[in-house]
Ligand binder design. Structure first.
Ligand code: NAD
Ligand code: TDX
Length: 341
């Protein structure tokens, strides 16, 4: 099988490429990534000389580039490529529409033209909006995105659905909860806490710290997508989550304690605009129809993750050099009185 993976130099995409090459010794992967600030070829260093993996630097919104790639013959597409950070979507929404909506449409058009056998759109639980204190997101929950990021992801989901309904393109949409694990860019909560704590910098907690996210170890997400590629019913949506709801402040305290750092590093700062209160995934469909079960719970996963970051501090330093520092100033400068950034 020849798999086109987009965004395969990012956090989940690179974990997925490594996972698929390991699990399927006869699969070939074409990995297309524009190498934005979030894309990092260092994530793929261990497969540099693997002849079953080809990396192509290209933009999914570029019709010509995508045509050339699909013309090589692709069986299955897994679309991870996206702008993925909610805070950045509040600062600059336009690129989110371009990559997430228009880029997905370019891929769908090429997938239709070259008659691929399956298009998997990697989406997010954030398209469902925010939950109250009870209940969970099911695949039938109405889409109610609240941030420019989640609105752009919902837009791409609807295009994927439309290509199935209108052109019978074989598709699946997966909607996963918050991922954590190796290679996550340190703008996201868990690696941000680790990175800042190791430097004894203040940890910014938005609002009251009681927002809830449902955490999933990245490899469990990869295994779910593998199952969906092979067994997902065409046109269907699959929610992915491991029943690991935690408040943000619990996450911060857990990581600080495991690193042996004082809780006095915690700094409550101005809330994120439109901050969703709670996400929680009902994964029953994936479990019962495709037999998926997560291998990690939060307690084991977070230990492995912290160990990975402790062993890869140079990776962390390298990805945070350059333009990332400009973003940190913009995002946290005012929030933290220009001192903690
Ligand atoms: P990431 O930001 O780490 O990686 C995104 C990758 O896409 C980067 O390598 C980047 O260079 C690439 N990219 C961006 N624009 C591109 C373009 N125009 N053309 C080609 N490549 C481009 O994101 P991630 O956390 O790995 O998320 C991957 C996917 O999973 C996204 O679609 C995201 O919405 C979804 N998702 C993420 C999470 C999470 O917790 N991280 C949870 C659910 C769903
Ligand atoms: O400095 C921070 N302080 C803080 O309190 C940051 C960066 C985050 N937070 C809070 C905001 C959220 O409630 O922590 C929570 C997690 O934040 P992020 O790591 O930015 O993730 P989130 O906004 O939940 O979105 C993530 O999960 C769903 C991914 O970034 C998305 O790509 C995915 O779709």
């Amino acid at each position: 099988m020849k798999l086109l993976v987009t965004g395969g130099a990012g956090f989940i995409g690179s974990n997925f490429v490594l996972y698929m090459l390991r699990e399927h010794p006869n699969y070939e992967i074409i990995n297309v990534d524009a190498l934005t600030y979030a894309g990092n070829l260092e994530n793929l260093q261990s497969i540099e000389s693997n002849s079953r993996h080809t990396f192509i630097k290209a933009d999914i919104a570029d019709v010509k580039q995508m045509e050339n790639i699909f013309a090589q013959g692709i069986d299955v597409v897994v679309n991870f490529a996206a702008e993925s950070h909610v805070d950045r979507s509040i600062l600059a929404p336009d690129i989110f529409v371009r990559t997430n909506v228009m880029g997905t449409q370019v891929l769908l058009e090429a997938a239709k033209k070259y008659q691929i056998t399956k298009f998997v759109q990697v989406s997010t639980d954030e398209v469902y909006g925010s939950l109250g204190p009870t209940g969970l997101f099911t695949e039938e929950t109405p889409l109610m995105p609240n941030s420019p990021y989640s609105a752009s992801k919902a837009g791409s989901d609807l295009l994927v659905r439309a290509y199935h309904e209108t052109f019978s393109l074989p598709v699946n949409i997966t909607r996963c909860s918050n991922n954590y694990g190796p290679f996550q860019f340190p703008e996201k909560l868990i690696p941000l806490i680790i990175s800042r704590a190791l430097n004894d910098e203040a940890i910014p907690v938005y609002g009251d710290g009681l927002n809830i996210r449902d955490w999933l170890y990245v490899e469990d997400h990869c295994r779910a997508i593998d199952l969906v590629i092979h067994q997902g019913k065409s046109g269907d949506v699959y929610n992915i989550g491991g029943n690991n709801e935690r408040t943000n402040i619990h996450i911060v305290e857990t990581v600080l304690q495991q690193l042996g750092k004082p809780l006095s590093l915690i700094r409550y700062v101005k809330d994120r605009l439109g901050h969703d209160r709670r996400y929680g995934i009902d994964p029953t469909k994936l479990e019962t129809e495709l037999g998926w079960k997560p291998a990690h719970n939060f307690e084991t996963g977070i230990k492995e993750t912290i160990t990975w970051y402790l062993n890869h501090q140079e990776w962390m330093e390298r990805v945070q050099s350059g333009t990332y520092q400009d973003y940190v100033k913009l995002q946290y400068g005012q929030r933290m009185g220009d001192s903690g950034a």
